[in-house]
Unconditional design. Structure first.
Length: 362
């Protein structure tokens, strides 16, 4: 039987006989009877064939490029070079070629799907899902329910196992081994993120400013928002700050102690994006110093108390205020010590100095 009519035509009576059915015109032909028994091939050359009844006795269904098979009925083995729009369609073997597309509505209650009794062959067709609601993380949608234990052969175009796709703002992950182990399932998932931490000075010295930069990406591109906080040896050193357009946040400090310190960046993503963190070890060594000795202008009288002072300064790139003690000498004879104050100054008052010119060291 050849059907050549535009618009929407519904055949509500059963179709029987040894012949087949060929649809050659635009428009939508609907088959709704539950007991058609014709045994020839079903060919959709143009327009849309909607099967809401049963044509399982047909030898096969062939859908040409540009044509569409839709519905919620029962059909035999299907080969699609055009479009497949199942609404709970049950098929025998299912084959989708590289020129085909499968459109599914992922409704909150019952989503579109194909129930396959046979093999599933995907030769790179396009998957075109749609969503009218925002799914919660973990919500899943079975779009191909594959019977038995035979694995799905092939994948949708650009969607290997575990790939992510954005559907109306929601991030879904595809699996060809979902459900009972061989079903095609889309699951609402958080986008994975990766955070890396770099240091402007991997081996710093005391008081040297160090800028830590945390960069967060998702599948190779900058995250679209979120915050990052920095911790030093487990304690918060900088409150969460928004990442910039490049997914970066920075933290600068010049007060890390000598030794090895763990600096951690913790990223908290916006809706749809996973959290991530990374730690790095920062090494800090002792900064070099210069010491300047100041003594009163002479000449001095024997037995006269003498006030000595020493100013200790860090050498670049070190910074901050040195601490510790300064030991004063009269020649090789130790006089005493003075503690360095917050201004880097240490003083000592000697009861007297030896007679003659002296070399004083600290």
């Amino acid at each position: 039987m050849q059907v050549d009519a535009g618009g929407t035509v519904a055949i509500t009576s059963p179709i029987s006989g040894a012949g087949g059915l060929t649809k050659t015109s635009p428009g939508n032909l609907r088959l709704t009877h539950a007991s058609s028994s014709y045994t020839g091939a079903t060919t959709v050359s143009a327009g849309q064939l909607t099967v809401d009844g049963l044509i399982a006795s047909s030898s096969s269904v062939q859908v040409a490029s540009g044509a569409t098979l839709a519905g919620s009925g029962v059909v035999p083995a299907v080969s699609v070079a055009g479009n497949l729009t199942p609404r709970g369609l049950a098929t025998g073997n299912l084959s989708l070629t590289s020129t085909s597309a499968m459109s599914v509505d992922l409704a909150a209650d019952t989503n579109d799907r194909v129930d396959v009794a046979g093999t599933v062959q995907l030769s790179g067709p396009v998957l075109e899902p749609s969503l009218a609601h925002v799914p919660s993380v973990g919500d899943s949608f079975t779009i191909v329910d594959n019977d038995g234990s035979d694995a799905v052969s092939g994948t949708f175009a650009d969607l290997p196992e575990g790939a992510y796709l954005i559907v109306d703002g929601a991030r879904l992950q595809i699996s060809y081994v979902g459900g009972s182990g061989n079903d095609i399932v889309l699951t609402a998932a958080l986008a994975p993120t990766t955070t890396t931490v770099s240091s402007s000075v991997p081996s710093a010295v005391t008081g040297e400013p160090i800028t830590f930069t945390a960069t967060t990406t998702s599948e190779g591109t900058a995250v679209p928002g979120g915050t990052t906080r920095f911790l030093v040896d487990g304690d918060q050193a900088q409150a969460p700050t928004s990442v910039d357009a490049a997914g970066k946040a920075t933290f600068t400090t010049d007060s890390l102690p000598i030794g090895e310190t763990t600096v951690t960046a913790e990223y908290v993503g916006p809706t749809g994006f996973a959290d991530s963190d990374e730690s790095r070890i920062q090494s800090v060594g002792a900064a070099g110093t210069t010491t300047t000795l100041t003594v009163p202008a002479g000449p001095l009288v024997t037995g006269q108390p003498v006030s000595l002072s020493a100013t200790v300064s860090p050498t670049s790139p070190g910074g901050g205020s040195p601490a510790g003690d300064v030991t004063f000498y009269d020649g090789d004879a130790q006089l005493g010590t003075g503690s360095v104050n917050s201004s880097g100054l240490a003083t000592y008052v000697a009861d007297s100095l030896s007679v003659g010119p002296q070399l004083h060291r600290q």
